[in-house]
Write a protein that binds this ligand. Sequence first.
Ligand code: RRO
Length: 313
Amino acid sequence: MTESFNLRGVRFNNRVFVASGTFGYGNEVSELVDLDKLGGIMTKSLSLKPRDGNPPARVAETSAGMLNSIGLANIGVQKFIEEKIPTLDGVACAVIANIAASSVEEYCSVLEALDPQKRVDGFEINVSCPNVKEGGLSFGTDLSMVSLITKELRKRTRKPLIMKLTPNVSHISEFARAAEAEGADAVSVINTLIGMAVNIHTRKPKLSTVTGGLSGPAIKPIALAKVFETYKAVKIPIFGIGGISTWEDAIEFFLAGASAVQVGTANFVNPNAAVELKEGLARYCETHLINDVSQLVGAMIADGSVSVIQSWL
Ligand code: RRO
């Protein structure tokens, strides 16, 4: 059974990745999880300078999900290169550096610093953080900015370039098209949805920033619809993300059009969720005589069903 997956000449062990912000820089969990079994790790978003992030409270549990407002806390690109990359040397899965920035120049500087690093196999560009004032959603909801960022980064790397898109727009497929047109190799669909929660006893918001990013099983049906919408609009592969916890969830995403999946919030419940998902997926494929996971991609049977999405694509 073929599990591997190629993107711009990079071969991934399989199609199961861990999502940015839910697995640190990979090294923190290497004693708990056999990283070699994963397709790859998306690092916590890296900016040019270290960032402390937003004040507490930065997370809140919701029914079937969680809200976060981390605010891009990270160690900065230099410390990542000096302290984290060496710890990932013997790891057999891909390392995809996720980059966030508050200007086009900052995106370019972080990518240029990381591009010569052999251990960095590709880039996921975060144009979708809901919790920062500059950059983040102000870029990710502006088509011309997504085009410009993709274009400038494409000029600077031959490694896989994956644009991570926000669902907080009317038509995510327009953003995927813009990324594809400027040379992105793939898109990640979706980052978190803006949400909030209120403590009824104190009457205060549960997050210091009032609103934050909603993730977990609560957003899975939305993520699936966004993946399907994107699949109808572009030819480049889609990394499906949003509430994926089990192999059954992953198969839904493949059928809706994802070429690979990312496990996010589920890692906080079980750090082995992605490995267990990969093993369940392999068992499903063997049982159903599927010899390559690619056979599942976009294989949803929608005969006779009418999708409203299709009418405006
Ligand atoms: O750090 C965060 O608050 C954060 C980021 Br960068 C992101 O892309 N998505 C999210 O839900 N939180």
